[in-house]
Design a protein around this ligand. Structure first.
Ligand code: DGL
Length: 276
């Protein structure tokens, strides 16, 4: 991308945000996107609030320096632990014209509409679950909905190592789903509150009772971004539109390109960068 480009930044701890990026590109093909995966320091799920905040801010500032005026935190853990502080403390002081958006609020705004029983199950990383962000945010938009959550810390390493299709991998995934549903048998909607989980959504649907809907975030985030851009012309007009996507990773670029194909339709040619 040339120096005058102003792509929309898409940040994730690693590969998972590519599932969100796929939906963004489908919905908004005219825009330029710059994806950054902090693979060298992933997973973020088990990390503390302070560390996730520090790492996420470094990534956001890097994307700003590349010309991004708008950055999407396409990572639930980063959205849960870093977004609010960045929006409320960092942007007004250091980057008043720039914007950072997350994935938890747009998902929470709509997820209640999928449920008839008004019982929703949320599965996510340990960090997202402990933050209680989904319970708090869904409660604001759908106070009548009961939210039960369950942390699945083993799913990200299983998926990243392509072990989710093995008997052992399936055993862990089914066990965690059973434990979620035991908490609340009235759950009729399961939200995949982690960017990696769309890769196992079929496996989930096969295992849970057939009336349960399994909801991935990609399309929700893409619709929400389209709406945001239409309501914020001062941001939208600054975004460059040549339909290009570039990929950055803090780990080895060849490894990233190879593994990325699990998460992203289309070929990936990434570039290695250092955040520190
Ligand atoms: N991208 C993260 C999320 O959506 C999952 C991977 C990680 O733990 O870093 O929460």
């Amino acid at each position: 991308m040339d120096q005058s480009s102003k792509p929309i930044g898409v940040f994730d701890s690693g590969y998972g945000g590519l599932t969100i990026l796929s939906s963004l590109r489908t919905k908004l093909p005219a825009y330029d996107f710059l994806y950054l995966g902090d693979n060298a320091r992933a997973p973020y799920g088990p990390r503390s609030f302070d560390v996730v905040f520090e790492f996420t801010l470094q990534a956001v500032e890097y994307l700003f320096a590349q010309g991004c005026e708008l950055v999407i935190l396409a990572c639930n853990t980063a959205s849960a632990k870093a977004l609010r502080t960045i929006q409320q403390q960092v942007l007004p002081q250091k980057y008043p014209g720039k914007r950072v958006l997350g994935v938890i609020r747009p998902t929470s705004e709509i997820i209640g509409n999928f449920s008839e029983s008004k019982h929703i199950g949320v599965i996510a990383t340990e960090g997202t679950i402990k933050s209680e962000s989904y319970c708090i945010e869904i409660g604001k938009f759908f106070p009548e909905v009961s939210v039960n959550q369950y942390a699945c810390p083993i799913w990200v390493p299983l998926i990243e190592n392509a072990l989710h299709e093995t008997d052992g991998g399936k055993w862990f995934i089914r066990r965690d789903l059973d434990l979620l549903l035991e908490q609340d048998p009235e759950i009729d909607t399961i939200l995949l509150g982690c960017t990696h989980y769309p890769l196992v959504s079929e496996l989930i649907s096969e295992h849970v009772p057939s009336h349960i809907r399994v909801i991935s975030q990609g399309d929700i985030i893409a619709n929400s971004l389209e709406d945001y851009l239409s309501r914020h012309p001062e941001i939208e007009t600054n975004c460059s539109k040549q339909g290009r996507t570039e990929f950055l990773t803090t780990e080895n670029a060849d490894d990233f390109n190879r593994k990325a194909s699990q998460f992203f339709k289309g070929s990936v040619e990434s570039r290695h960068i250092r955040l520190v």
